[in-house]
Design a protein around this ligand. Structure first.
Ligand code: FUB
Length: 429
């Protein structure tokens, strides 16, 4: 499968809490939409979310933003300007799409905290029509809906514990009393339930604070409401301290994927997050192999596209990553090579069979620099040599390829002069 969803894979806005669903031949991702708080908009230092977008892709490479599907002040029961549209989910049943979202109700007699609402649409991208009232008897956040093979639907949510209940056929009301899903860790916050079934095993996945910040864990059962047995860790805590993580797991074209989030575009404030995806694998006994987060993401990158080296697979000594524009982080990143030992490697570049003749590198250097493009690792064959002129401006420098090797290769950009250089992207034609 050819795909190159580098991480984070949505970079036009902040996104979090991705719920990925396969509807037909596309993957739809329903995330939360973080925005910076401001005067009269949310609470300083906290989550601020006023609406939801949906994104979709047929190849995990090209993502379409379908725009806003639900917004706080158009939901009749929501407290106006509460900016608390937290982690959602969406499922398909009997020709309709049901979008579940937690937020703050206007009616305080419902109790403190969050309620969970539903909006219904004929298409996965909406228009979604919100119900007049939230789901009765449900207080909490992070709704997740699972429909079992026998057609019974279940709603899961969190509020200190993780809860589950059967849903009625109408998908709008509970069909059984909420039940606490026990046998999960009792110490440390648990939230964000996401349940799926594979080969008769029900996997309940959830973020849990086992130490300082959330890591992704899972428990398994032979039935949707348990009893569950804690089974392991899917992803360790963020190495850079992003306090939350939030997952969904989906199979698309015979490959399983973990969707999660990190604060890539807002390293100094972890309530402005960005969604990511990486491949996920099961061991023969059904257990989940721990996923190491990557910048490279999933699938192959076509050599003719702009290859964003800063979403690297490996970095040599003296190589580092920085924002292209620290005042507008949505512009993305650059790779900085500091000396003649520095290199960056980007795996999974699909060169195809048709001979490519040139490489174009977007780069800049204060003093003249020479960059070699190599295949298959820092000791691999050189396919192009790029002279980056001095001057410090960004330039797109096109050079002939000295060799062409068909197929899929790791691409390396290595600095060969003792001057520093900054690289944005490279592409082949
Ligand atoms: O996005 C707001 C909250 O942060 C979610 O509801 C939690 O799961 C955590 O990711």
């Amino acid at each position: 499968m050819a795909a190159n969803a580098q991480n984070p894979f949505i970079t036009n806005q902040f996104t979090a809490d991705p719920s990925a669903r396969v509807f037909g031949d596309r993957v739809y991702v329903y995330p939360s939409h973080d925005i910076p708080c401001g005067p009269g908009r949310g609470r300083v230092g906290w989550f601020c979310m006023e609406d939801y977008h949906v994104f979709s892709s047929a190849n995990l490479t090209d993502w379409t933003d379908h725009g806003v599907i639900v917004t706080q002040n158009k939901v009749p029961w929501v407290k106006p300007n509460s900016y608390s549209m937290w982690a959602p989910d969406c499922v398909f049943r009997n020709g309709k799409y049901y979008f579940y979202f937690p937020t703050t109700p206007r009616d305080t007699t419902m109790g403190k905290g969050f309620a969970i609402g539903v909006a219904v649409a004929d298409r996965p991208t909406g228009p979604f029509v919100p119900q007049a009232q939230p789901i009765a008897q449900v207080h909490g956040i992070d709704p997740n809906v699972f429909i079992d093979k026998d057609g019974q639907a279940y709603l899961y949510w969190s509020q200190g514990h993780i809860y589950g209940a059967k849903l009625k056929e109408n998908m709008l009301e509970l069909a059984s009393a909420p039940q606490t899903l026990g046998e999960l860790p009792t110490k440390g916050l648990k939230e964000g339930p996401y349940l799926f079934e594979r080969q008769g095993t029900y996997y309940l996945t959830y973020p849990h604070v086992a130490n300082k910040t959330e890591r992704l864990e899972y428990a398994t059962s032979r039935s949707p409401l348990g009893p569950f047995k804690v089974a392991g860790v899917i992803m360790d805590e963020s190495p850079t301290g992003c306090w939350t993580n939030h997952q969904s797991i989906a199979q698309f074209k015979n490959q399983w994927y973990l969707f999660y989030h990190h604060n890539d575009l807002s390293p100094a404030f972890d309530k402005n997050r960005s969604i990511r995806m990486d491949s996920l694998f099961f061991r023969p006994d059904g257990s989940i192999q721990k996923v190491t987060p990557t910048l490279r993401g999933v699938g192959l990158t076509d050599a003719r596209q702009k290859i964003q080296l800063d979403r690297y697979s490996r970095l040599g000594s003296g190589a580092s990553i920085a924002f292209l524009d620290t005042l507008n982080k949505f512009q993305g990143w650059k790779t900085v090579l500091a000396n003649n030992q520095s290199w960056v490697q980007y795996n999974g570049v699909a060169f195809g069979k048709q001979v490519l003749k040139t490489a174009t590198l977007r780069a800049r250097a204060t003093d003249a620099a020479t960059v070699q493009l190599q295949l298959d690792g820092p000791a691999g064959p050189v396919v192009a040599q790029v002279a980056v002129p001095k001057g410090g401006q960004w330039r797109e420098i096109k050079v002939p390829l000295t060799a062409f090797k068909p197929g899929t290769h790791a691409l390396v950009a290595a600095l060969k002069t003792n001057t520093s250089v900054e690289l944005d992207w490279v592409k082949f034609e």
